[in-house]
Ligand binder design. Structure first.
Ligand SMILES: [Zn+2]
Length: 101
């Protein structure tokens, strides 16, 4: 019986790389906010295609735009996936059934 589904990272190196790339990407966007108005850094490429102003809406949009295609690709490559689990039982976590295999 399926209690609920959780995801798990099956390729920690892939996950670490994405995390580092996201930090680098967002760092570049925040640097662009501080950059001189007429410098090349002031108008950076954004994953969403929408200019980045540094507000919470822009931050959320760019994080989602950056991660969504990479996570979907990672899912298709089985670097991340779902498992069935009963949260009340740690043992069930360890014996959880991988859903898509
Ligand atoms: Zn904004």
């Amino acid at each position: 019986m399926r209690e609920f589904m959780k995801f798990e990272i099956r390729d920690p190196e892939w996950a670490t790389n994405i995390q580092n790339e996201l930090e680098e990407y967002m760092g570049g966007l925040y640097d662009s906010v501080e950059a001189d108005f007429d410098s090349p850094e002031a108008d950076p490429f954004t994953e969403s295609g929408i200019p980045f102003c540094g507000c919470n809406v822009c931050e959320g949009r760019e994080i989602l735009s950056f991660l969504s295609p990479r996570i979907i690709k990672g899912y298709l490559n089985k670097q991340i996936g779902f498992y069935d689990s009963d949260e009340s039982e740690v043992v069930e976590y360890l014996e959880a059934e991988i859903v898509e295999d």
